[in-house]
Design a binder for this molecule. Structure first.
Ligand SMILES: O=C(CO)[C@H](O)[C@H](O)COP(=O)(O)O
Length: 260
């Protein structure tokens, strides 16, 4: 079964598996959204079932909540948890300062709230997500449906004075209809090419009426666990740099792959 995994899925899996080692008994854990975060949820579910790990998870989307329940993790709301020990989530891009673009899966709002309410955020990513400059991946901006075209125009106008290469904003679609987030909002994807000053852009975007949140995560991520297609995995800490490098074995985790 494991032989059928593509190198990118192996990379995502080993990052998730290594990051799951940071989760300890009794923790309240923020559970991210996306394909890499789904591996994390499966890895944690395995520890809950097989090793009696006791955690409570706060999911960042309805998709993650469903998966977490399915694999046996106790799910609570953020209001029940109030504060979290750790959040582990994927990312679309990360740079040397561990600034991120997130929201490729459309869950950026809950993801940012949950990560910000955590003592620590660990990002899990395949090596292709590392960039010198953020911005090749379209930056998601969550906007309320009311007047979204006016908001789009305001966003594009604001981008003229920002340190970015492109400024086209496109409405994310789900087939023929606009994509709708868990909060009932829409997403504008900003095709910026390269972001010169991510901190400034993040602040300015959130000042625009109609914008709920943007997908730039600045000074939120503490560690990134980077997976490679050959099973290598590297852990980098924002203060200490690379703290570990090793290789994970796929064999022992066979039961995780049985439903793929
Ligand atoms: O931000 C996200 C969802 O809103 C995801 O974490 C991000 O899109 C990465 O996804 P994947 O792990 O599937 O590559």
């Amino acid at each position: 079964m494991t032989g059928e995994l593509s190198p990118i899925d192996k990379a995502k899996f080993v990052a998730a598996k290594r990051a799951s080692d940071f989760v300890e008994d009794g923790m309240r854990v923020g559970l991210g959204t996306g394909s890499t975060a789904a591996w994390l949820v499966r890895c944690l579910g395995e520890r809950v079932r097989d090793n009696g790990l006791k955690i409570r998870g706060v999911p960042t989307s309805t998709r993650t909540a469903e998966l977490a329940r399915e694999v046996g993790i106790e799910v609570i709301s953020l209001d029940e948890a109030r504060w979290l020990d750790l959040t582990i989530d994927g990312a679309d891009e990360f740079d040397a300062d561990l600034a991120l673009i997130k929201g490729g899966g459309g869950a950026l709002l809950q993801e940012k709230i949950v990560a910000t309410a955590s003592d620590q955020m660990i990002v899990i990513a395949d090596a292709a997500k590392e960039v010198e400059h953020l911005g090749a991946f379209p930056l998601p901006i969550e906007v309320i449906p009311f007047g979204w075209q006016t908001t789009q125009a305001l966003v594009e106008e604001t981008l003229v004075s920002m340190d970015v290469m492109g400024r086209q904003a496109t409405l994310r679609m789900n087939g023929e209809a606009p994509f709708v987030t868990d909060e009932g909002n829409h997403i504008l994807d900003l095709h910026l090419g390269r972001i010169g000053n991510a901190r400034q852009l993040a602040m300015v975007m959130n000042q625009i009426p109609g914008v709920v949140e943007n997908g730039l995560f600045i000074d939120i991520c503490d560690k990134v666990v980077i997976g490679f297609g050959d099973g290598r995995v590297e852990t980098r800490d924002i203060n200490e740099g690379t703290v570990s490098e090793d290789r994970l074995d796929f064999v022992e985790t066979d039961n995780l792959f049985s439903d793929i």
